[in-house]
Ligand binder design. Structure first.
Ligand code: FES
Length: 325
């Protein structure tokens, strides 16, 4: 079981190249199953050849419940996911997927939306743009890539009825088309109800979010989704203890193990998915102790509250953490 229902069996109906090093998969049910509906910003867990499970955002229009579409960048640093999609998955193959989950939803109360995509971070933004356009919402999308040849979905965006709202920026293009994040966010600051959505590589996310925070955008108007992060383990990591509040069981987390691995080894069931601190699936309440937060999922304010942590990557600053399990 995934954390939101049984796995679904789907077939790769179409696999196509969307840009240099980016392919998309169109997934359809293997039988007469109906695919669960999804909302813009949702992702799926794909159970890939080789036994790896990876999360990919849905990039088709949410009302197209006949299929799911994901797009995947070939990553030279791949831990197995992008390699499996690019090299091992073929049209006609059957695989298991989770139900769609959404940790990156559009804010229903916002009257303006600013979508900022970096590279493959465009995938959830495609579904967002299509949803906002269908709603007649006020929105602007900025899509930054290294070059035109690495720009997935360019023809689809150019042909979309909302193409006037989409601005492409290429790193190798001339200066006039480069994105000025500082100015872009400052211009929006006069609209007190603009919500900002950002998805892309770590450097891009940091640049956008740091600029927004420096301009005092409220956290409630910042929405972001990381795909993956740099490794979170450090040479200086030491052991610590976890106490299970309901049973009093005390588990030692060795220096070379994550809290999640130690919990699972001790027979304590914790839901997990990305194991990189980006999806929030393993989020666990902390009753006492001070976590050493290493995730990208919680906001700075949520980190400061210290009442929850992600055991897949975060550790402890105190000798013991008491978990509400
Ligand atoms: Fe994704 Fe921990 S499993 S944040």
């Amino acid at each position: 079981m995934s954390d939101n229902g049984p796995l679904l069996s789907v077939r790769v109906q179409r696999k196509q190249q969307e840009a240099l090093d980016i392919c998309s998969l169109e997934l359809v049910p293997v039988n007469d199953q109906q695919l669960p509906a999804f909302t813009a910003g949702s992702h799926l867990d794909l159970h890939l050849p080789g036994g790896v499970v990876r999360q990919y955002s849905l990039c088709n229009t949410p009302d197209q419940a006949t299929h799911y579409q994901v797009a995947v960048l070939r990553d030279a640093q791949s831990r197995g996911g992008s390699k499996a999609v690019h090299d091992l998955l073929h049209e006609g193959d059957v695989l298991n997927i989770s139900h769609p989950k959404n940790h990156f939803a559009l804010a229903p109360s916002a009257s303006r939306h600013l979508l900022l995509a970096g590279g493959i971070g465009v995938t959830p933004m495609m579904a967002m743009a299509e949803t906002l356009a269908a709603q007649g919402a006020v929105f602007e999308m900025h899509y930054c890539t290294r070059s035109a040849e690495r720009t997935a979905f360019a023809p689809r965006l150019a042909a979309a009825p909302y193409s006037a709202h989409v601005h492409l920026h290429h790193d190798d293009g001339d200066a006039s088309q480069k994105i000025d994040i500082e100015a872009l966010l400052r211009n929006q600051a006069s609209h007190a109800d603009t919500h900002l959505y950002v998805c892309g590589p770590q450097g891009f996310m940091d640049a956008v979010l740091n600029t927004a925070r420096a301009q005092a955008w409220p956290e409630a108007r910042l929405h972001y989704e990381f795909f993956s992060t740099a490794p979170t383990a450090r040479d200086t990591d030491g052991p610590f203890e976890i106490e299970i509040a309901s049973s009093g069981q005390v588990i030692t987390v060795p220096a070379d193990s994550t809290a999640l691995q130690a919990l699972l080894k001790a027979g304590v069931d914790v839901l997990m998915s990305c194991e990189q601190g980006v999806c929030g699936t393993c989020l666990t309440r902390v009753k006492s102790g001070e976590p050493d937060h290493r995730d990208q999922y919680l906001t700075p304010d949520e980190h400061a509250a210290n009442d929850q942590f992600t055991p897949c990557c975060s550790r402890s600053k105190s000798e013991r953490l008491v978990l509400d399990l």
